[in-house]
Design a protein around this ligand. Structure first.
Ligand code: SF4
Ligand code: SF4
Length: 76
């Protein structure tokens, strides 16, 4: 499982990027994104996602939660 950044909630402050031990967080022209192929949820060393713990806007979410919310928005 990996994490993803909710663009609607992200303030593009950049706090999360240097926290990632796997360099999975990076900035594109207009957003911060997480490369899911590099994200390990920090489980191997820290036990909790570091990027999520520093984000001031709670805009980093587990992908399954994001998919669940998307399903709800489609079918409700
Ligand atoms: S959970 Fe950890 S590995 Fe994944 S993007 Fe965040 S800081 Fe990087
Ligand atoms: S710390 Fe949170 S609000 Fe700031 S760039 Fe990262 S995801 Fe966006």
């Amino acid at each position: 499982m990996a994490l993803t950044i909710n663009e609607d909630k992200c303030a593009r402050c950049g706090v999360c990027e240097p926290e990632c031990p796997n360099e999975a967080v990076f900035q594109t022209e207009d957003a911060y994104v997480i490369d899911s192929s590099l994200c390990t949820e920090c489980k191997e060393r820290y036990g909790e996602p570091l990027c999520e713990s520093v984000c001031p806007n709670n805009s980093i979410e587990k992908i399954k939660d994001t998919l669940y919310k998307k399903c709800l928005s489609i079918f409700s």
